[in-house]
Design a protein around this ligand. Structure first.
Ligand code: 1HN
Length: 360
């Protein structure tokens, strides 16, 4: 052994002894073998995923046959699990597909995770959120802000299917999971059905009086026909080079995102649209409301169709195209809201179309 290698070995031994002593004391120092604390850009563990509607529909039917909604139990859902993560669909949220049969009741509870439902199929189910009762129709977006009591009662003739997204992965990483079951299966329904929608649902007019100083979104439902109308009007604007026709659902009192950690978007990729590549901070999940198209995620190609789900990791480069003869419509949820609130949101166009960073 040379003198240098003896020195290194001694250094390693001494360093090893120090590391062990520090560990005992609850202290760490950076080790040469540790992964870097800072990477130039995000290096997510989450992987891109594509779930096809044919598979999901088959599994939902089987789930309906096998899993009963026993009184006091939670929900019958298929959770979209990301194989790169220990938990959840993305680092922020868990997306699940809920299947509720005629006559069933999904009993009342509340939790710190904020949630929303986007109705995929069926009619006749209503949800009660903090005493306000809402009919759930296809294409409606219905909110369950954090810590609000909620239950669902299905009185329609056919199974109902909707997308549930909860920011429960974020709550878990913050170790802020609280959950209460309600004392009875359902909560009392107040005298004003769809109250928040009657007050704030136009997005243009509101109850009279001084401007409300609100920290939470007062509006609990975003009706499908209003979304469709807004998208139709937005078709007359200059197309977004990455996303074609895209609008964000907003809190009508602040103009901000609908929930503190989750931003929802409605999007149309018109027939023949071929977008620029683009990436931004945060993760997202798409549901295909109608039509078909292709999404390239970090160069991987996903050919999607009606009813499919796609999950996109943080900072992944996405390029959309719709080579078909008819328009496609997407519903999307992303966690840009929480990143913007923390002032750490990044966004840029990638490749030929790239200019300076679009936003920071
Ligand atoms: C939940 O409370 C609902 O209220 C749906 O319908 C899905 C997934 C995980 C945890 C709670 C609901 C859920 C959930």
């Amino acid at each position: 052994m040379t003198e240098t290698s003896t020195q290194i070995q001694d250094e390693d031994t001494v360093r090893g002894e120090l590391v062990a002593a520090l560990r005992e004391a609850g202290i760490a120092i950076h080790q040469p073998t540790d992964p870097p604390l800072f990477t130039r850009t995000p290096e997510p563990a989450m992987v891109p995923m594509h779930w096809r509607w044919d598979d999901l529909e088959e599994f939902l039917k089987r789930l309906g046959e096998v899993v009963a909604l026993s009184p006091g139990s939670a929900r019958r859902t298929l959770r979209l699990a990301n194989p790169g993560l220990q938990y959840g669909t993305t680092p922020t949220f868990w997306a699940s597909i809920q299947y509720i049969l005629p006559g069933e009741v999904a009993t009342a509870h509340r939790h710190t995770a904020s949630a929303f439902r986007f109705v995929m199929q069926g009619t006749g189910c209503s949800t009660t959120v903090e005493g306000e009762n809402y009919e759930m129709n296809e294409g409606d977006l219905v909110l369950t802000p954090n810590w609000s009591w909620h239950d669902h009662v299905h009185e329609g003739p056919e199974p109902m299917i909707w997308l549930d997204v909860l920011d429960v992965s974020l709550m878990r990483s913050l170790e802020n999971v609280f959950f209460d079951p309600y004392e009875t299966d359902t909560q009392p329904v107040g005298p004003e059905p769809e109250k928040s929608w009657r007050e704030y649902g136009s997005g243009l007019l509101r109850p009279v009086g001084p401007a409300p100083r609100r920290t939470t979104n007062p509006l609990l439902v975003y009706a499908n026909e209003q979304t469709l109308g807004a998208l139709e009007r937005a078709k007359g604007l200059v197309a977004d080079p990455a996303d074609d026709v895209i609008l964000e659902y907003q809190d009508p009192t602040s103009g901000g995102p609908v929930l503190p950690a989750m931003s929802m978007k409605a999007q149309i990729l018109r027939a023949g649209f071929d977008g620029v590549a683009h990436r931004h901070s945060g993760s997202k999940v798409y549901w295909v409301v109608e039509g078909a198209g292709t999404m390239y995620v970090d160069g991987r190609r996903f050919d999607w169709g009606k009813g499919d789900f796609l999950a996109v990791p943080p900072w992944a480069t996405v390029r959309h195209s719709n080579p078909h003869g008819s328009d496609a419509r997407l519903f999307r949820v992303d966690d840009s809201a929480v990143l913007r609130a923390l002032n750490v949101y990044h966004e840029e166009v990638v490749g030929d179309g790239a200019t300076a960073k679009a936003e920071r």
